[in-house]
Ligand binder design. Structure first.
Ligand code: ZN
Length: 223
């Protein structure tokens, strides 16, 4: 989970006005314009698990469950983009969680993969602050990546598989950079930068690979 800025774009403005109109007659928030604005803002990925495989079905998620409250139900600032798996796990539990449109979640929680596939591999979420929002977010992340019911555990296995592949490719890219000749380094630096931007999959994990090796990757972090 990383920060996404709720920018004042044309799509966002359209969504806000559609939501205002829909609120009048309580005609539902699941409108095309709202979906388009959320896809733009969240870069097409689930804000909870950061998967963007293009296969999962996505849903509009309310950060604060609305429970029939029209203010919360139609508030653009309360709408988030989530995969069905994570939306279903979150439901109305884990309340309150960190608002990733306001705070840099990856500075409040460390995202790490420990061990290796088949050998005590673990995806670990370490809270760096001790408060309710951060603790609840850690619990939600753990359940999203590991599942809560037999079906959700199968779905989570697929998310972890995608995550493992992305991290392995990212590490290969860094290795390639480290071994590259000077004239190839710039291109590889740009490729690495693309991977840690908000539109890449599983960005929080990738950023932490660099942050955990601050000295070794100083040049990349500065870049
Ligand atoms: Zn998800």
């Amino acid at each position: 989970m990383i920060k996404f800025t709720r920018s004042d774009t044309e799509k966002a403005r359209k969504a806000v006005s559609i939501l205002q109109a829909a609120r009048e007659g309580d005609s539902g928030y699941n409108k095309r314009e709202v979906n388009e604005a959320l896809i733009e803002m969240f870069r097409g990925k689930c804000y909870i698990c950061e998967n963007k495989d293009g296969i999962s079905s996505y849903q509009i998620e309310h950060l604060i469950p609305h429970r029939g409250n029209l203010e919360l139900k139609y508030d653009w600032n309360n709408l988030f983009w989530s995969c069905a798996h994570c939306n279903n796990i979150k439901n109305a539990r884990y309340e309150p969680i960190l608002d990733c449109s306001q705070v840099e979640v990856d500075k409040k929680i460390a995202f790490r993969k420990e061990g290796f596939f088949g050998i005590q591999e673990k995806f670990v979420f370490t809270p760096l602050e001790n408060n309710e929002e951060t603790r609840n977010t850690v619990a939600l992340l753990h359940d999203a990546y590991y599942g809560t019911t037999p079906q959700k555990k199968i779905e989570a296995t697929n998310i972890r598989k995608a995550l493992r592949t992305e991290l392995s490719n990212f590490k290969n890219l860094i290795r390639e950079y480290e071994e590259a000749e000077e004239y190839d380094k710039e291109d590889l630096k740009c490729a690495i930068l693309r991977e840690v931007r908000d539109n890449s999959a599983f960005t929080a994990f990738k950023r932490w690979i660099l942050w955990d090796n601050k000295e070794r990757y100083k040049e990349l972090i500065d870049f």
